[in-house]
Design a protein around this ligand. Structure first.
Ligand code: BES
Ligand code: ZN
Ligand code: ZN
Length: 488
């Protein structure tokens, strides 16, 4: 496991904890906590001297090391005291985990930085510790010098908060693993196997339709995209019923495109390898369901993942082809590289028809255009229900995963109307590409169901490193946001 899977809590004093490193925090006001003062005494005032001399400033992310006989001490900067919030602990704990890994120390321990040991703050602390411990090492066979973090211990934390944070972060790390595996490992069959694995763990019903079944059922979008590949495509459904069956479920739909070559509308070779990440929408769904399997909330949640590769070849769909989606609408395929919306069309239509959802959220690395608009900084969102969009924005503030709303105005919805079919899979040339994606998807959601679309093409990978996010590879963004929305 190249990440922590538990965070221990202890009430013994700091010097009794079995650990390579013990961390205390310091704000920019440079006042040590009681534990910090006790350690400073053992260190003959070395920390105080470093504070007085200005060597320690308390800036966020700063670490300063000291050595006692048995363990290293690090003083971690927490930033300004006035800015103290959950994120302060997430960042500090992530800093400690990364410090352990980079200094080849397999166990870390820490105080509850800043002293707020409420459940929410301890949840954030555990999230930071686990997320910061993540490394993707599955294909490293020769490097001997890698240390994995084996344990993290918190002094006088809140057990429930620590457990919840650990479970949520485990979900994110589980998703990062699936997302980081390349197309020859993370195939649609592998995604189906992950669904089965989570299903067993969490008493979640899993149904998987194969090519013949979903084609027969009328899922012309997924069937059309899958024409060009021999890798077996799957339509994956996970049903978690934690409340009575008559309670409306929340439905999550994730794009599980395990490699996007563009199809006949072939992508340029440069950075095409990154299209192994085109299943990160499904990664969000897996991360959420993994956490749900452990947290077992009293609510109903259904997840749907249409999954295939997008390849070119003698059997592949062609520009100009017309497909019929699960809700009967016809789609003119003007660019085979706009395939995500084709497979999501069936997922959204299936959700609308079979589940009477309270609301639907979909997640997809849908458009390159969202990167032009928001960079690797924020997820683009749009939807049909103001209250639901506000809920997304509120959770985004809690988890620190930025979202930005695009307007789904009628003018943009016109852009996806086709001359010869109901809709086309491209918008107006070089205009509002991300909104065109959303406008297209809207055609496949029942208009009475609140729905929000998340375009994560900029945030699923390539984001700037933070203490609790990796330097390279999949970020696992918006999983925490969705779990916050679900109020689990
Ligand atoms: N998977 C891509 C979107 C993407 C591109 C994600 C770059 C991350 C980085 C998607 O299937 C796609 O190719 N979309 C096209 C749509 C266009 C042809 C209308 C795009 O964005 O270029
Ligand atoms: Zn594409
Ligand atoms: Zn794609």
């Amino acid at each position: 496991m190249a990440h922590l899977t538990s965070v221990k809590n202890t009430n013994v004093s700091w010097d009794k904890i079995e650990t390579h490193v013990f961390a205390v925090g310091i704000f920019e006001d440079k006042l040590l906590s009681d534990t910090g003062k006790a350690i400073d005494t053992v260190l003959n005032g070395q920390i105080s001297k470093a504070l007085d001399s200005g060597a320690i400033k308390g800036k966020s992310g700063e670490t300063t090391s000291f050595y006692t006989e048995k363990k290293q001490i690090i003083v971690v900067g927490l930033g300004k005291k006035d800015d103290y919030k959950e994120e302060t602990l997430r960042l500090a704990a992530g800093t400690v985990s990364k410090y352990g890994i980079s200094h080849k120390l397999a166990s870390v321990a820490m105080e509850v930085f800043g002293g707020n040991s409420s459940s929410d703050y301890c949840q954030a602390l555990a999230e930071g510790a686990v997320l910061g411990s993540y490394q993707f090492l599955e294909y490293k066979t020769t490097e001997k010098d890698i240390v994995e973090l084996e344990s993290a211990t918190v002094l006088n934390g809140d057990e429930n908060g620590l457990n919840k944070g650990t479970i949520i972060a485990n979900g994110v790390c589980y998703a990062r693993n699936i997302e980081n595996r390349p197309g020859n490992y993370s195939t649609p069959s592998a995604l189906a196997a992950s669904a089965e694995e989570i299903g067993k763990e969490g008493n979640i019903n899993v149904t998987i339709f194969d090519r013949d079944q979903f084609t027969e059922m009328g899922m012309g979008g997924l069937a059309g995209v899958a024409l060009g590949t021999d890798e077996p495509p799957k339509f994956i459904i996970m049903e978690y019923f934690g409340a009575s069956e008559d309670e409306k479920p929340v439905v999550l739909v994730g794009k599980g495109l395990t490699f996007d070559s563009g199809g006949i509308s072939l992508k340029p070779a440069e950075r095409m390898d990154e299209m192994k990440y085109d299943m990160c929408g499904s990664g969000v769904v897996f991360g959420v369901m993994k956490a749900i399997a452990s947290l077992k909330p009293k609510m109903n949640i259904v997840s749907i993942i249409p999954s295939t590769e997008n390849m070119g070849g003698a059997k592949a769909m062609k520009p100009g082809d017309i497909l019929t989606a699960y809700n009967g609408k016809t789609i003119e395929v003007l660019n085979t590289d706009a395939e995500g919306r084709l497979i999501l069309a069936d997922g959204l239509a299936y959700a609308s028809k079979h589940y009477d959802p309270e609301y639907i959220l979909d997640f997809a690395t849908l458009t390159g255009a969202v990167l032009v608009a928001l960079g690797h900084v924020a997820t683009g969102i749009m939807g049909t229900d103001e209250a639901l969009i506000e809920k997304v924005k509120a959770s985004s503030k809690v988890t620190g995963e930025k979202v930005w709303e695009f307007p789904l105005w009628d003018e943009f919805c016109e852009h996806v109307k086709s001359d010869i079919a109901d809709v086309k899979n491209t918008g107006a040339p070089r205009q509002a590409g991300t909104i065109a994606g959303g406008a297209f998807l809207k055609e496949f959601v029942d208009e009475n169901i609140p729905w929000v679309h998340f375009d994560i093409a900029g945030t699923a990978w390539g984001v700037k490193e933070k203490p609790y996010t990796p330097k390279k590879g999949a970020s696992g963004e918006v999983i925490r946001l969705v779990l916050d929305m679900l109020n689990v």
